[in-house]
Design a protein around this ligand. Structure first.
Ligand SMILES: C[S@@+](CC[C@H](N)C(=O)[O-])C[C@H]1O[C@@H](n2cnc3c(N)ncnc32)[C@H](O)[C@@H]1O
Length: 292
């Protein structure tokens, strides 16, 4: 059954507001930074061996903060490398912020940016129409597969662009996170069927395993403070609740029964723990590093 609600992704401005608040209230980017500093340098060393330039694609890069952090680790590990970087991002607002960030960040002359204001599937069409055969050494899709119709097909297409030693890095919420529990319980009510929205790394693992595609995985422990969501009428709490449910004005639009059920599950030990009077949601992420 399709969700009866308007999805948050239909309102770019409210989505961006609630996403920014989510970043403030969670350790989302912190746990990614731990991965970027702890694990990625070794991966960069392998893919950069014997190369003077690397081809990179960022799919759904948002405002580029994470992309630039990855590049700074790449540059540290591979001094002298040059990079050709395709950014695939449909939001004009996000692309603008990414460009501003690039203009304010020193020493990025080694990267040549190509800005593709398009979705992953538009990029695929554009790539196939132009019959381009360029191969890529590093492709990442960080927290974006929720927004495509067919995540398996998206993974397959971008994986087909990898060079022999290339790697595809996927980051999504873990199937064991609070998100996984929420979506398992309320899939029919909350999940938008136009896009994959409620996909976790558990689903992608199932796909990769079924095709015998090799990959490595890393768990990134992460938390999100959702205490404000339990204060009726709190503006930020409502924005967080919209982000959690991916429904515009969930608090106003959900039936009393659904709202009560979702609120109870959000603070249930399956999804959250109570620490010093705060409700801390399990936002654990997982990284899959997929081989060519
Ligand atoms: C949750 S944000 C993640 C941004 C960034 N990767 C990060 O982790 O901070 C998801 C991004 O995917 C983009 N997006 C949405 N639909 C997309 C699609 N069909 N193809 C590619 N990117 C998409 C959004 O505009 C947004 O910038």
């Amino acid at each position: 059954m399709a969700s009866p609600f308007r999805s948050l992704v239909e309102d770019e401005s409210r989505y961006n507001k609630s996403f920014n608040l989510f970043l403030e209230r969670s350790s989302e980017h912190q746990c990614m930074q731990d991965f970027i500093h702890g694990v990625l340098p070794e991966i960069f060393e392998k893919i950069g061996k014997g190369k003077s330039s690397l081809n990179v694609i960022g799919v759904g890069s948002g405002a580029g903060q994470i992309d630039l952090q990855m590049f700074s680790q790449m540059r540290l590990k591979l001094p002298g490398i040059t990079v050709s970087n395709e950014v695939v991002e449909p939001s004009g607002d996000m692309l603008f912020k990414y460009k501003v960030l690039v203009s304010k960040t020193p020493n990025l002359e080694y990267i040549n940016f190509t800005w593709n204001k398009m979705t992953a599937s538009e990029f695929e069409t554009h790539w196939k129409e132009k019959k381009l055969d360029k191969k890529f050494d590093f492709i990442h899709m960080i927290q974006m597969l929720y927004y495509v119709k067919d995540p398996d097909a998206t993974v397959s297409f971008f994986r087909s662009l990898l060079s022999d030693s290339g790697k595809l890095v996927i980051i999504l919420v873990s199937g064991q996170s609070g998100w996984g529990k929420l979506w398992k319980t309320y899939r029919a009510e909350l999940c938008n069927t136009e896009i994959s929205q409620c996909v976790t790394t558990g689903d992608i693992r199932t796909f990769l395993d079924s095709k015998g595609i090799p990959y490595k995985s890393y768990l990134l422990p992460s938390q999100m403070d959702i205490t404000e969501s339990f204060t009726e009428g709190d503006e930020k709490g409502e924005l967080l609740l919209d982000f959690l449910t991916e429904v515009i004005d969930f608090s106003k639009n959900a039936s009393p029964t659904l709202k009560a059920g979702v609120m109870a599950l959000l603070r249930h030990p399956d999804c959250s723990s109570e620490v010093d009077g705060k409700v801390i949601f399990n936002n654990n992420l997982e990284v899959l590093v997929v081989e060519p």
